[in-house]
Design a protein around this ligand. Structure first.
Ligand code: PSV
Ligand code: MN
Ligand code: MN
Length: 413
């Protein structure tokens, strides 16, 4: 899009929104300051579980992962942090990594522990980790989490994300109550070592890799555990970790109401934990989630700053950097649209039982084309007007392949 066309579109939108009493400058500054962390495992064309088809030029080490995020930050201005996964991302030289991140203006978001696979540790996690019937395995899994906290401290992170694969595949395989009890006790030990200015983000997931029972299957179980840990433990909502058609915006509202929302792993889903690009399948759901977030923050249920924002998706059919550019754009668009909701009018419709009116308020915001607004926010922040077009025009993947090699694959899922 030419810059004069962009300006014309912006003027038109400004007039259109102005007639509704909305001033675009405050919208632009909100969109511009909203930053979403990127996980280190999304930088490789790894796919989630079924085969890797390398695209080449993937980051071969932590330094190169930081470089990729630095590039995303420069083009999009919508991310300024990386979320590391241990042991995939153990820093060899902490000082050098800190320096590199500082040079790229990247900070370290929540650290992720890994007790869902074997990577040479003495005892196997085949039958579970924090919930394992064997106390020695539970101890090993707890200690791994404590090591992750230590690494995170050395890098300046402020959070620990725990996702457990623990559960069972067959009825009778596990003692369901004991597994929950052991998990809670293990997490209590981890929480006891959490620095005072850290938070613990506890994920849930109804199935996969276990298909009969998962120890933390849903937000309610995660919330029950968090309540027993302390107020720095909160529930992490990964959008893909729900059964089909779950009302995720209601979960978000409920968690905010209880001051129990830790943050998000953004992705999209058609069937389950598909890890599809955010906004590619259900953009309306994403918009409704942001409506709850904005409403919850405005009504002081929970502050915006207390919520962590991250992408969690990984593909084997897309260039991961292009995918992340798309995801950052989709999240910004959903946020921008939710900012347009006439909340006073919505409250009035709700109070008066005007069902049709309430729907109109939401659709009026959702159907507004906010791409110009998101683009303007990016330009004002010093990013590219069209990051995807720029990435392709500059042949960035080809340059990365030339630098890192055709077979270069990132570590990760
Ligand atoms: C597995 O489902 C998973 O996608 C979880 O969402 C974690 O956040 C991620 O892997 C990394 O451990
Ligand atoms: Mn996740
Ligand atoms: Mn997942």
């Amino acid at each position: 899009m030419s810059s004069s066309f962009h300006q014309k579109s912006l003027d038109l939108l400004s007039e259109q929104l102005g007639s509704k009493g909305i001033h675009i400058n405050s919208l632009i500054s909100k969109i511009a300051t909203f930053q979403i962390a990127v996980p280190s495992w999304a930088l490789g064309a790894g796919g989630t579980r079924f085969g890797r088809f390398s695209i080449g030029g993937e980051p071969r080490n932590l330094e190169e992962k930081l470089e990729d995020i630095g590039l995303l930050a420069k083009l999009t201005k919508r991310t300024d942090a990386v979320s590391l996964h241990i042991p995939w991302d153990i820093p060899q030289d902490v000082q050098a990594i800190r320096q590199k991140a500082a040079d790229l203006q990247i900070s370290f978001d929540a650290m992720n522990s890994n007790t869902f696979q074997d990577y040479g540790q003495p005892l196997s996690y085949k039958m579970g980790s924090l919930s394992n019937a064997d106390p020695a395995i539970r101890k090993q899994a707890v200690e791994h989490n404590l090591q992750v906290i230590e690494i995170g401290k050395s890098l300046g992170s402020k959070g620990l994300t725990v996702w457990l694969a623990d559960g069972s595949n067959f009825p009778g395989q596990a003692h369901i109550r004991k597994a929950l009890q052991w998990t809670t006790e293990s997490l209590k030990e981890i929480y006891a070592s959490l620095p005072a200015d850290w938070k613990l983000l506890l994920e849930y997931k109804p199935y996969e890799p276990n298909f009969y029972h998962t120890v933390i299957p849903d937000w309610g179980t995660s919330a029950l555990i968090c309540r027993q840990l302390g107020d720095r433990a909160k529930v992490l909502v990964d959008l893909g970790h729900h059964l089909p058609n779950t009302n995720i915006e209601q979960i978000v509202a409920t968690l905010m109401h209880q001051n129990l929302l830790a943050g998000f792993h953004f992705n999209d889903s058609k069937y389950g934990d598909d890890d599809l690009s955010t906004g590619s399948v259900k953009p309306y759901q994403l918009f409704l989630i942001f409506c709850e977030l904005i409403g919850g923050a405005e009504e002081n249920a929970q502050t915006w700053e207390s919520i962590s924002w991250m992408i969690d998706a990984s593909h084997n059919t897309k260039d991961p950097l292009e995918d992340l550019i798309q995801a950052l754009e989709a999240i910004s668009q959903a946020y921008a649209k939710a900012l347009l909701v006439d909340r006073k009018k919505l409250a009035l419709c709700q109070n008066e039982g005007d069902v049709v009116g309430a729907q109109e308020v939401l659709q009026d915001a959702f159907l507004t084309d906010v791409r110009t607004l998101v683009c303007e926010a990016r330009i004002q922040s010093g990013g590219e007007a069209d990051p995807l077009a720029f990435y392709r025009k500059e042949k960035i993947r080809a340059k990365l392949i030339a630098q890192r090699g055709k077979g270069a694959q990132a570590s990760g899922l």
